[in-house]
Design a protein around this ligand. Structure first.
Ligand SMILES: Cc1cc2nc3c(=O)[nH]c(=O)nc-3n(C[C@H](O)[C@H](O)[C@H](O)COP(=O)(O)OP(=O)(O)OC[C@H]3O[C@@H](n4cnc5c(N)ncnc54)[C@H](O)[C@@H]3O)c2cc1C
Length: 329
């Protein structure tokens, strides 16, 4: 089957673009290697709990973004979680409200990408391994599972280090160079139920100057009342980079020791651990998306526009707009 558009990557950027394009009558296929949609907006079941081990909150600065997800606000699924997190520095914690709302989702952050994915044709659990051009106006995408799909337009929503091996050969030298200098920090995340609820003076705590820790969320404060205390611990990006190849056991052991030493808190059982190799971009492209009208090839993602969920969505919408404005679609 030939589609108008194939989007590789069902992160929020890819989903935002795909749903906009489909709403304008285009036949769109979204492909993602993950088991679910959302990429780094991720929620995992941990026993009876649902815990957010990727993005922790979203901002709603853009009015179009706010109106798109208004149904989630109206239903109470999306709610203002915090107005600024306290800061840990040299062993003491100080409050730091800035009045700016950070929103979370009651059933987990993955509820947002699931909302954006409604009505889309999405192929999950299969990675795009190669792309090629057939004639002047068709892209072919090969998947690890052996399937092939064709489209007139190919859009990519993947971090730069994954995008370049797939489509780098089709890009001009200047574009390749612009993408290849964008680095992304890794983040180790350890999360699970704990034996007591630490008193941070807020729903989460940011760290400055700690060698291992960067952020701890009291995850249960995002759920309906009555959930037992559970923490999501983000390791510092420098520590995560230096310990990228450490074993999960080592990371859990170091994080557990720090939690006990600083807050006398222990995980109730062996916590979950996740390594995000490409967690947050250090720099961004400085353009909302990449689009080649000649090739009908484009890319979107947080690395184009500010490294956050909201920026990723705006990047996806900009790419959809560019693709729709180019004739022959
Ligand atoms: C630990 C952590 C904490 C964060 N905290 C926040 C926060 O509090 N607030 C905030 O706004 N942002 C936060 N972020 C950043 C936020 O998660 C991202 O900016 C946003 O989710 C990026 O979306 P995206 O669509 O650009 O990319 P992604 O979510 O990375 O989506 C890319 C998709 O491409 C898929 N893919 C990759 N390769 C292939 C392939 N070969 N074939 C098929 N599919 C492929 C992946 O499976 C993935 O689903 C955090 C990120 C991390 C990791």
């Amino acid at each position: 089957m030939t589609y108008d558009i194939i989007m590789i990557g069902a992160g929020v950027a890819g989903l935002a673009a795909a749903s906009e394009l489909q709403s304008q009558g285009k036949k769109v296929l979204v492909i993602d290697k993950g088991r679910g949609v959302g990429g780094r907006m991720a929620t995992r079941r941990v026993g009876p709990l649902r815990m957010d081990h990727g993005a922790q909150f979203i901002t709603l600065r853009d009015s179009r973004f706010e109106s798109k997800i208004a149904p989630l606000l109206t239903s109470g699924e999306l709610f203002p979680w915090s107005h600024g997190f306290p800061l840990w520095r040299d062993g003491s914690i100080s409050p730091r409200p800035d009045g700016h709302p950070r929103f979370a989702l009651r059933s987990g952050m993955s509820a947002l990408p699931k909302f954006l994915a409604q009505g889309l044709e999405i192929l999950l659990g299969d990675a795009a391994t190669a792309v090629s051009r057939e004639g002047v106006d068709e892209w072919q995408v090969e998947l690890a599972g052996g399937a092939r799909h064709c489209a007139k337009t190919l859009l990519i929503n993947m971090p730069p280090a994954q995008l370049l091996p797939l489509v780098g050969d089709f890009l001009d030298v200047e574009t390749r160079q612009k993408i290849s200098v964008i680095e992304m920090d890794p983040t180790w995340v350890v999360f699970g139920e704990v034996d007591q609820d630490p008193d941070f003076g807020g729903v989460a705590l940011e760290f400055e100057g700690h060698p291992v820790l960067r952020f701890i969320a009291r995850d249960h404060t995002r759920r309906s009342p009555g959930h037992s205390p559970a923490l999501v611990v983000h390791c510092h990006e420098r520590w995560s980079r230096e310990n990228l190849e450490a074993t999960a056991t080592t990371v859990v052991s170091i994080v557990s020791q720090e939690l006990e030493r600083l807050f006398q808190v222990r995980f109730k059982s062996e916590p979950e651990v996740h390594r995000w190799k490409f967690a947050t971009p250090l720099t961004s492209l400085g353009e909302l998306c990449l689009w080649s009208p000649e090739l009908r090839l484009g890319a979107c993602g947080d690395w184009c526009a500010g490294g956050r969920v909201e920026g990723a969505v705006l990047s996806g919408w900009e790419l959809a707009k560019k693709a729709l404005c180019t004739p022959l679609l």
